[in-house]
Design a protein around this ligand. Structure first.
Ligand SMILES: Nc1nc2c(c(=O)[nH]1)N[C@H]1C(S)=C(S)[C@@H](COP(=O)(O)O)O[C@H]1N2
Ligand SMILES: [Mo]
Length: 424
């Protein structure tokens, strides 16, 4: 009979407990980091699902080619339009908190590395299941953090669509997280049950309990006190959180957003950031936007309007944020024609959705707004911002803007708007 793995002594290297020598690892360190993540990660997950909801993937081409009828495509409710900063808030929290938890995740993973090299690698069917769930948890977490962080840096290094991959990756991660918390919750509580155990993590020089897979049997001298480790993780998280706050609140706090490419400041009344400039849309200005630009609005009947004709319709002014999925937002004073008034021109009425199409084609060249958004009088086809006509980079001749509408649906350089009944 061949020898059983569990009877063999572990191969040299990381499979031997003596390989891992940091005296900072302990079940208490792992439990404290786990507790922070247990509180923070569900908030990141829920705000992520809310973002999916705000995109209204059930409408038009909003799902960006995703099949939205699969079992994981949970689409809870029509996205509300009040308060107008709702999406700026939920997405600001998603991105800022997600970034701020990244250092905690990294140190948590570091704290449990010896378990990755457990010997024997498998002990029982239950053990196989647990390790498999850990592979999904760690893989899912790293995938979500990597795709999220690359996306907000506009580095589309991956060969797949970000919204789809990040959405389904999110479900892998959420499922594995629920399973992991179920399995490990009592371990975490036990590790933090008494004052002595807490003191063992933060207290100076206190020794963790021996005989635990996370406790080095032959520790080396510490290169930093455990307090310094907590301090470093905490400081990194707080700095990332502040930069996220600067990014999502904007205004005078904008300079805090040192990480994000859209933090730059421009001057003048149009001195707020631009996500994609006209030059980046790849079209020449001549192609657009001279005197021959016309807007087509359609529904039961079609109407064509010049910019002068749009300006002759009743104009409304509201302070509204652009809030991007990438977490930044900026609130400005927009002026234009209410979408509901345009719908009325076509004879459309009732529960309507509206599909706006841009002169500039491409992924974000089209979006469909839901009936709450269309009916809200603050949803505008904007012609001016901060009292001056739009410039090309901000969407001249006309752009969509509305309360709590995710930035991606605020189509710029609009060419046509089609109103259609939205199925209940
Ligand atoms: N035609 C067109 N409209 C667009 C986009 C685009 O790439 N093309 N980007 C969208 C996205 S993702 C956001 S967040 C907002 C950003 O508005 P801004 O470019 O004025 O900052 O515009 C939206 N409208
Ligand atoms: Mo965006």
């Amino acid at each position: 009979m061949p020898p059983r793995l569990s009877d063999m002594s572990p191969p040299p290297g990381p499979f031997r407990p003596t390989f891992w020598r940091s005296p900072l690892r302990s079940p208490q360190l792992t439990a404290i980091l786990g507790l922070v993540l247990l509180i923070g990660l569900p908030v990141v997950a829920i705000t992520g699902l809310l973002s999916n909801d705000a995109y209204q993937p059930g409408l038009g081409a909003n799902a960006l080619g995703r099949n939205i009828h699969g079992p994981l495509d949970i689409y809870l409710f029509g996205w509300p339009t009040s308060p107008s900063w709702l999406y700026a808030l939920t997405q600001g929290v998603h991105v800022s908190l997600g970034l701020a938890l990244f250092p905690v995740v990294l140190v948590k993973l570091w704290s449990v590395i010896p378990k990755l090299f457990e010997w024997p690698p498998v002990r029982s069917p239950a053990h196989v299941l647990e390790r498999l769930s850990l592979a999904l948890l760690v893989g899912g977490a790293l995938f979500e953090f990597a795709t999220g962080i690359l996306d907000i840096q506009y580095w589309y290094a991956f060969p797949f669509s970000f919204p789809q991959a990040h959405y389904y990756g999110g479900w892998v991660f959420i499922g594995a997280l629920i399973f992991h918390v179920g399995v490990k919750f009592s371990t975490m509580r036990r590790s933090l049950a008494t004052r002595e155990e807490l003191a063992a993590v933060v207290g100076p020089g206190a020794a963790p309990r021996p005989e635990h897979p996370l406790v080095a049997p032959n520790p080396s001298a510490p290169t930093m006190p455990r307090r310094a480790l907590f301090g470093a993780v905490g400081a990194a998280s707080v700095i990332l959180l502040l930069q996220g706050v600067g990014d999502s609140l904007g205004g005078p706090l904008r300079p805090l957003a040192f990480l994000l490419p859209r933090g730059a400041h421009r001057s003048g009344p149009l001195g707020f950031q631009v996500n994609r400039t006209w030059a980046q849309s790849g079209l020449s200005a001549a192609r657009l936007l001279g005197a021959d630009w016309r807007l087509t609005v359609s529904g039961p009947r079609s109407v064509t309007l010049s910019r002068a004709e749009l300006l002759a319709l009743p104009q409304h002014t509201y302070d509204l944020p652009i809030a991007c999925v990438e977490g930044w937002s900026t609130t400005q004073r927009w002026t234009g024609v209410a979408l509901a008034d345009l719908a009325a021109l076509t004879g459309a009425h009732g529960r309507l959705s509206a599909t706006s199409v841009s002169v500039a084609p491409g992924t974000y060249g089209q979006a469909t707004l839901g009936h709450e958004e269309v009916a809200d009088p603050r949803t505008l086809l904007a012609l001016a911002v901060n009292g001056v006509p739009l410039d090309l980079d901000h969407g001249f001749p006309a752009r969509v803007i509305g309360p709590a509408v995710p930035g991606v649906h605020c189509t710029k350089w609009v060419r046509s708007i089609h109103f259609q009944p939205e199925p209940a």
